[in-house]
Design a protein around this ligand. Structure first.
Ligand code: GLU
Ligand code: MG
Length: 457
């Protein structure tokens, strides 16, 4: 949508309405974020008094950020000239519970002429969500946020801030106030938390949230992460959302749950297919499954991603699906008997949080929509750990997903579902950045890659 005078005034009015409540909560300033091609949330901040103007006219930001790598070096495409406008989404404006005096809003990027910036990742998510809605699909998504809590040390080493066992109550007791503060901060920000629990790896925890529309889910992924980071800082701790926090151990996933409804009825339950899948639901999932190698370029985009994406780590290293199979890249969650209509969803497990969540939701939608209405079917499901049955699975055409950034990018370049959906400017910008980052880590050992990415996302 072009930002004409009427649209700018609509946005200004929305901001005017929002300011008094924030002022009443002693908010002084607003952080506007966007997530770049390297998966890092970058920000510009404005005083609360500047919100109305920013809502209508945006805040300047260089297009060079699209070429930033995870270490803040800039790939060759990062030009010093030109400017863009960051336009906050006032509908998502949130007073930050763990950063008193601050509010936050996610931003879209427009040109100075008021045109959508063709590389903007959040506008991509918005565009694909509209495409799904145009096919009468009500798509809900939700990111699981896993993170490892380390002691706040002057060096950048990771020393887990708790020692209790995986999923253990001990771990909750060790960081009891901290975990409560994660709950209360998210609740104060109206993030509908489903669960917070200790995870498997050392110092690791997880938050899962209720499903939302695709753009809302990506916004929430950003907000949850920044909230956890802020709560951690207040406790003198450090949160790592990196794909791998300590080389050779289980990492942090960024799994995405997807549910589909049409006319209020689930497409993943109550149908005539396997486990109640409807034809449309199965076709959508078949699209996601088929496009997983290309999706990986977006959802597991950095060299560290492939240190995480290994078999038998519940990361989903094989291109297969299975009901409640935590080793399948696409896990079908049917829900309990009696609540399938509400609970059925599919979880894409192979993604991590070095991914740009806006590109992730848009790309998953593009993959699913590409097979909708084609009669596409899922192959036979895989039960158990694929790692123990590779020969048999290879006979069925089931293989490991790409194991390097380069292989995933090659799949993306061939994808007739994803590449046109991204559009060439966005595709080129993304691929240039990802290639440059892969080169950056070209000669690095796993330990070096982990050390360089541990505290960046
Ligand atoms: N930490 C695992 C990963 O890297 C996921 C564990 C789980 O299934 O929740 O994706
Ligand atoms: Mg988990």
């Amino acid at each position: 949508m072009t930002l004409d005078a009427e649209e700018r005034e609509r946005r200004a009015a929305q901001a005017r309405d929002a300011v008094p409540a924030l002022a009443g909560r002693q908010v002084d300033a607003v952080a506007l974020t966007f997530v770049d091609n390297s998966g890092v949330a970058r920000t510009k901040t404005i005083p609360l008094a500047g919100l109305e103007r920013a809502a209508a006219w945006g805040v300047g930001m260089s297009p060079a950020f699209d070429a930033f790598l995870v270490d803040d070096s800039i790939a060759p495409g990062g030009r010093p000239d030109g400017d863009l406008r960051l336009l906050p989404d006032i509908g998502r404006l949130t007073a930050l519970a763990a950063q008193p005096g601050w509010a936050w809003a996610p931003a879209d990027r427009y040109t100075q002429d008021g045109e959508p910036y063709p590389v903007c990742q959040r506008l991509f998510a918005t565009e694909l969500a509209a495409r799904a809605a145009g096919q009468d699909l009500d798509v809900r998504m939700g990111f699981e946020v896993e993170w490892a809590v380390g002691e706040g040390r002057p060096d950048d080493e990771f020393v887990p801030a708790c020692r209790g066992p995986a999923y253990g109550m001990t771990r909750l007791i060790e960081l009891s106030d901290y975990c409560r503060d994660v709950h209360t901060a998210l609740a104060a920000q109206s993030v509908p938390v489903l669960q917070v629990h200790p995870e498997y790896a050392a110092g690791q925890y997880e938050v899962s949230v209720a499903p939302d529309d695709p753009v809302g889910a990506a916004d929430t992924a950003v907000l949850v992460r920044e909230t956890i980071r802020a709560v951690s800082a207040r406790h003198g701790l450090r949160a790592s959302f990196a794909p791998v926090v300590a080389a050779g151990t289980v990492g942090n996933g960024g799994h995405v749950h997807v549910s589909l409804r049409r006319d209020g009825v689930s497409l993943l339950a109550g149908g005539g297919g396997r486990y109640g899948l409807t034809d449309a639901g199965e076709a959508f999932l078949a699209g996601v499954l088929a496009e997983l190698p290309a999706l990986l370029a977006i959802g597991a985009p950095t060299v560290a991603s492939y240190l995480r994406l290994v078999p038998s780590h519940w990361a989903g290293a094989y291109q297969c699906w299975g009901r409640e199979n935590r080793e399948a890249a696409l896990r079908l969650v049917t829900g309990s008997t009696g609540e399938q209509d509400r609970g059925a969803n599919a979880e894409v497990k192979c993604f991590d949080q070095s991914a740009n969540p806006y590109l992730v939701v848009g790309a998953v939608l593009a993959a699913g929509l590409s097979r909708l209405g084609t009669g596409a079917r899922l192959p036979d499901e895989v039960t158990g750990d694929p790692a123990g049955q590779e020969t048999e699975l290879a006979r069925r055409g089931v293989h490991r997903l790409p194991q390097t950034v380069e292989d995933a990018l090659a799949a993306l370049s061939r994808s007739e579902a994803l590449r046109p959906a991204l559009g060439e400017p966005r595709y080129e910008s993304f691929v240039d950045t990802r290639r440059a980052e892969a080169e950056l880590f070209g000669g690095s050992t796993p330990d070096e890659v982990v050390a360089a990415t541990r505290w960046r996302y």
